[in-house]
Design a protein around this ligand. Structure first.
Ligand code: A3P
Length: 294
């Protein structure tokens, strides 16, 4: 059971109970090195995509790895795959000395831990309506075994009240958005829509931010295009490993549940005009006052 009726409230955020202890361990014990890269995101905003992109940018010869492994097995999530049982887990990444982790922990909870380190943080976000629709589909897959689907109108209500895993969505985004305004050198803030509309220039900027720019006048463009292609929804979702019905040891849902449609604006196929107006009004209230548009 997940999503609307069994979340724990911790410091203003709604968390899945099984992750409360691991999150506490991450906050208290995360060992950092300045070369670490942390991908932060609200669930369903493009984490899988960014994991593959960061991995491909850092490990230029990554095509083979991305063909053989799901992005979540290449870039583990701290509270789901790393700090599950121990304060000092084995943090070695066999592929490199440059470690990449991800997390859904809100900045408000992770602030002290992140601020005391020089690691690079990348935050991806996505428009709230597509995030909501993606969350609704995902939780319904989770609930399938109970044969009790999560009605869309209930999901809308819960999302607007922040009652979804890691919610409120708006507070999550604003936490990292403020950090990016105050400290742009250490945080790269990007939206799913920006990446979709111009992946080449964003991958280029990401590589520069991470301190591993693409070089060489002649083949720079070719290298970036290669990264974008091997991480595209079309290519990744067709990989056998990502089509797999098998579930990883660290999660109840199969690998293929991380790939659904991968589109901008899919909410139009699900949300009524009235719901769109309601969410847009909330978004204006929460985001526009601080100059962030959606
Ligand atoms: P949809 O449900 O709208 O299709 P997360 O990785 O944070 O859980 O987000 C999942 C969303 O990202 C899903 O959106 C999924 O289909 C989409 N996605 C996964 N891989 C992607 C990729 N390589 N490119 C674009 N979108 C991708």
């Amino acid at each position: 059971m997940v999503g609307d009726d069994c979340l724990s409230h911790v410091d203003g955020f709604w968390l899945l109970p099984q992750f409360v202890e691991p999150i506490d361990r991450v906050i208290k014990h995360l060992g950092r090195s300045p070369s670490d890269i942390i991908l932060a995101s609200f669930p369903k905003t493009g984490t899988t995509w960014l994991k593959s992109l960061l991995f491909a940018i850092v490990h230029r010869t990554s095509k083979h790895h991305l063909a053989m492994k799901n992005p979540h097995d290449l870039v583990p999530t701290l509270e789901v795959q790393v700090y599950t049982a121990s304060d000092e887990p084995l943090l070695n990444n066999p592929c490199s000395t440059r470690r990449i982790f991800s997390t859904h922990i809100p900045y408000q909870l992770l602030a002290k831990t992140l601020d005391s380190s020089d690691c690079r943080v990348v935050y991806v976000t996505r428009n709230p309506k597509d995030t909501l629709v993606s969350t609704w589909h995902f939780i319904n897959k989770w609930k399938k075994a109970e044969k009790e689907p999560w009605p869309l109108d209930v999901a809308v209500d819960k999302f607007c009240h922040g009652l979804v895993p890691c919610g409120p969505y708006y507070d999550h985004v604003m936490g990292y958005k403020k950090l990016s305004s105050e400290n742009p050198k250490n945080l790269f803030f990007v939206t799913y829509e920006e990446l979709m509309s111009d992946p080449i220039s964003h991958v280029k900027k990401l590589a520069e931010f991470l301190g591993c720019p693409f070089e060489g006048e002649d083949d720079q463009q070719e290298q970036i295009e290669e990264v974008v292609k091997c991480c595209s929804f079309e290519v990744l979702s067709e990989r056998e490993v990502n089509k797999s019905q098998e579930s990883p040891a660290w999660f109840q849902l199969p690998y293929n549940s991380f790939f659904r449609k991968g589109a901008v604006g899919d909410y139009m196929n699900y949300l009524s005009d009235e719901i769109v107006k309601r969410i847009d009004a909330l978004t204006r209230e929460k985001f526009h006052s601080v100059g962030f548009m959606y």
